[in-house]
Design a protein around this ligand. Structure first.
Ligand code: PMV
Length: 356
């Protein structure tokens, strides 16, 4: 009997970021990176149905059908189709797929929707095609859709080793520690702007290494920072961790500004958050680190005991729309049939109001 498989996946926030590739077509990074997988407050839910009754592959994202092929297909959709084709051929399956995916948070707004989406999809296809791929193989395929997605295959603190091979077989993520190692470590997301970003991270990964002179220094600095984060996390040394996180975010955004033409993701509200975090750290000892991805939304990394004080302080900043407090997540998991996004009788997406 045909069956719908449904997975929930979550984004991750990089403490040392991936920015810039050594190979564009395979998403091979210039440096290793390390991140924290978030809990299910922000999530992507993905349902997959494989059926002989379907006459083509179909993909729905947030209720809208996306072209998987042809000139109207986005780069992400093409990469999704390529991953689907390769997994299907590994499983020797001839069935078409209906994929329905919903983000519980704004898409393409620098909140890592592509990481949670790609991780949820690969995890789901692995079950739907009964491939029994291990997490390393899943991480390699997820990486090809969106680099940072390879880290969302795992929970807790996760390291993506850049690798050196041209085929990418040694460029995948691995768990450093499970969430239970340091459950006090959390992320307070200050949502500043939930609109789609003007420059996609994919464009940036190509443009910055090509045009920024400052960027030449970054891969080596980032590699050292990854080692420092790994050791600080293992020792639960928040002071060192916070400084490396802050410096890496600033380093990455400096190379973005040095890109020609420049890429600017931070705005005045982001700057206010930066100054407030430093003022708090001077006044109270190191209590928080900020880090920004490809957008103005701040991720304030802190310990649970400081969260009230931080939110109170940040509430005084004009322009923050909401706070989302996230602990560490366990990585993707299967959901029961009741979580399905596909109406089996119509073989079509169900209309749900899951989005924030
Ligand atoms: O995986 P991508 O192509 O969306 O790039 C991610 C880029 C950053 O979020 C800025 C950094 C990171 O490592 O997550």
């Amino acid at each position: 009997m045909e069956k719908v498989y449904t997975t929930i996946g979550t984004p991750n926030i990089a403490f040392v970021k991936y920015w810039g590739r050594r190979n564009d077509s395979k998403n091979l990074p210039a440096n290793s990176s390390i991140s924290m997988t978030l809990d299910e407050k922000l999530n992507t839910r993905t349902s997959v149905l494989l059926s002989k009754k379907l006459n083509e592959d179909r993909f729905f994202l947030n209720g809208k059908q996306e072209n998987l092929e042809g000139k109207n297909a986005s780069e992400k959709s093409r990469l999704i189709k390529a991953a689907l084709d390769s997994m299907r051929s590994a499983a020797d399956s001839k069935e078409h797929a209906l994929i329905v995916s919903e983000n519980s948070f704004p898409t393409s707004a620098g909140l890592a929707s592509s990481a949670s989406g790609a991780a949820a999809l690969i995890y789901c296809l692995n079950s739907a095609l009964d491939l029994k791929m291990d997490t390393k193989q899943q991480s390699i395929i997820a990486r090809q859709i969106s680099g940072s997605a390879c880290r969302s295959i795992f929970g807790g603190i996760v390291k993506w080793q850049k690798g050196s091979r041209n085929d990418g077989a040694d460029s995948y993520a691995e768990q450093v520690v499970a969430p239970k190692h340091w459950p006090e470590l959390i992320d307070i997301i200050a949502v500043v702007d939930s609109k789609s970003k003007k420059v996609s991270s994919s464009e940036g990964h190509t443009l910055t290494p090509r045009t920024s002179r400052l960027y030449r220094l970054r891969p080596e600095i980032a590699e050292l920072s990854v080692d420092m984060v790994e050791s600080a996390v293992k020792k639960k040394d928040f002071k060192i961790l916070a400084e490396v996180i802050i410096r890496d975010s600033n380093n990455m955004h400096a190379t973005m500004l040095d890109t020609y033409p420049p890429i600017i993701y931070l705005n005045d509200v982001s700057s206010d958050i930066i100054y407030n975090v430093h003022e708090m750290n001077v006044a109270n000892g190191i209590v928080a680190a900020y880090t920004f991805d490809a957008g103005p939304n701040a991720h304030i990394i802190t310990l649970k005991k400081s969260s009230k004080e931080i939110i109170k302080r940040m509430n005084g900043i004009k322009g923050i729309k909401e706070f989302i407090v996230s602990g560490q997540g366990d990585g993707p998991r299967m959901l029961p049939d009741s979580g399905s996004l596909i109406d089996m009788k119509r073989m079509a997406p169900m209309i749900r109001a899951q989005r924030r």
